[in-house]
Design a protein around this ligand. Structure first.
Ligand SMILES: [Zn+2]
Length: 63
């Protein structure tokens, strides 16, 4: 019996974006499509969901 199959590791959601603030702040909004639990990644002028690629414009010129 040559059953040398390697256990396939589960692919977790990409952690390309840091959605959490180290201070515990959770400012990011939830994705309306994926529901609570999936945050929108903050970009320059928009929020993007890393799961379903939902995009939301944020026209905030805060200076
Ligand atoms: Zn989403």
């Amino acid at each position: 019996m040559a059953d040398d199959k390697k256990a396939v590791k589960k692919k977790t959601t990409s952690k390309k974006w840091k959605m959490y603030d180290s201070s515990g702040k959770r400012k990011n909004k939830f994705c309306p499509k994926c529901g609570p639990g999936v945050f929108l990644a903050k970009h320059k002028d928009r929020l993007v969901c890393g799961s379903c690629h939902y995009m939301e414009k944020t026209e905030k010129s805060d200076k």
